[in-house]
Ligand binder design. Structure first.
Ligand SMILES: Nc1ncnc2c1ncn2[C@@H]1O[C@H](COP(=O)(O)OP(=O)(O)OP(=O)(O)O)[C@@H](O)[C@H]1O
Ligand SMILES: [Mg+2]
Length: 332
């Protein structure tokens, strides 16, 4: 545990700790400084620093914010799909609670650390049972962050039940996971649960615009729409696609985005579906094979996109059902 804490403790510049964590692990010292911030992945560069920066989930963030301000933070369980801001939210809470001191006041354990039953017994108990000295911090309770808690063994989760109760006086636990059903009910009932839904397109667009402006990018409207569509409410994915498209081409258009991710363009899918519905079997087979080779498309992507397309066009529902059924068979 000493190692985990000291790794976090050295970090001065308020960059995200995971990033520093890995840099320090790989190089022994921090390699990314403000001057070569070009090397920083945008997901980390634009990770919300305060609760106000977290896009969407206004009601959850406001609730947590109020509880934090009133020093009434309960144990938390944040769950939901990837890239929706769970880790960012809790780190912002820690920053708000402890200010610059925050690396000393939180113990972060994630799936890359060993979290078997021994770890729960040892590391967490060691950290939770020591007195906290927090100069200038608003709250003297410590925070134990169990990221990717759904990867913890059942035994470790059972061991945690008692630990949580025992140290409630001076520690708060924050469990973060994707699949809440992998957390044992006894732990769930000890925490206040918040569900982070996939971000809706408006919020993804808003946040992307913020990054686009900050980076001075040239993004067309259809390019932005494509980014939002492909991200499916995962902000991390949206930022990653944006960055890789930016590296691949100067102008970020719809075509560039699809090309960069290797997804078939909507107009190709439209064309393919048209052939499938109107041409003979042999004819559409040759044409699809041709476009597949020419554009380097994967069959699985075509099948998946055609399936989505079937939902968009008008047809009697029994026909649609049969089409979807057959497409599912093909996918399998
Ligand atoms: N609500 C949000 N507002 C602003 N940025 C966000 C939001 N959600 C995600 N992001 C962006 O995506 C990145 C990843 O977010 P975060 O690590 O909080 O996701 P997560 O919900 O913890 O995902 P996972 O379940 O995969 O751990 C952040 O660095 C940030 O750039
Ligand atoms: Mg996370």
């Amino acid at each position: 545990m000493a190692e985990v804490i000291s790794l976090m403790g050295v970090d001065e510049d308020d960059n995200h700790q995971k990033q520093n964590h890995s840099q320090k692990l790989s190089k022994g010292k921090s390699v990314v400084t403000a001057t070569d911030s070009k090397a920083t992945p945008w997901v980390e560069k634009y990770r919300p620093q305060s609760l106000a920066d977290v896009a969407a989930h206004r009601d959850i963030v406001d609730t947590i914010d109020r509880l934090t301000s009133e020093n009434r933070l309960p144990h938390l369980l944040l769950y939901g799909p990837p890239g929706t801001g769970k880790t960012s939210t809790i780190l912002a809470v820690a920053r708000k609670l402890y200010g610059a001191q925050y690396h000393n006041m939180i113990l972060e354990l994630n799936a890359s650390d060993d979290r078997g039953i021994d770890v729960v017994r040892q590391q967490i108990q060691d950290f939770a049972s020591t007195q906290s000295f927090s100069f200038g911090a608003k709250l003297s309770v410590k925070l134990i962050l169990l990221d990717e808690a759904d990867a913890m063994t059942k035994d470790a989760q059972f061991a945690l039940r008692r630990v949580i109760e025992k140290y409630t006086k001076n520690t708060r636990f924050a469990l973060i996971c994707n699949h809440v059903n992998k957390i044992i009910p006894a732990l769930q009932s000890r925490c206040t649960r918040f569900r982070f839904a996939p971000l809706d397109p408006i919020h993804v667009t808003e946040r992307l615009k913020h990054v686009i402006e900050a980076e001075g990018l040239d993004v067309s409207d259809s390019g932005l729409a494509a980014l939002v569509r492909l991200s499916n409410g995962d902000m991390r994915k949206a930022l990653n696609i944006l960055q890789s498209t930016h590296m691949a081409s100067r102008q970020i258009t719809e075509e560039a985005v699809y090309l960069c991710t290797g997804n078939p363009l909507p107009k190709d899918i439209e064309q393919i579906s048209y052939w499938l519905l109107n041409e003979s079997f042999a004819e559409s087979f040759t044409r699809i094979s041709e476009i597949k080779t020419r554009k380097g498309l994967a069959l699985i992507d075509i099948v998946r996109e055609v399936t989505m397309f079937v939902f968009k066009i008008k047809m009697p529902s029994d026909v649609r059902v049969q089409l979807i059924n057959d497409l599912a068979d093909i996918e399998v």
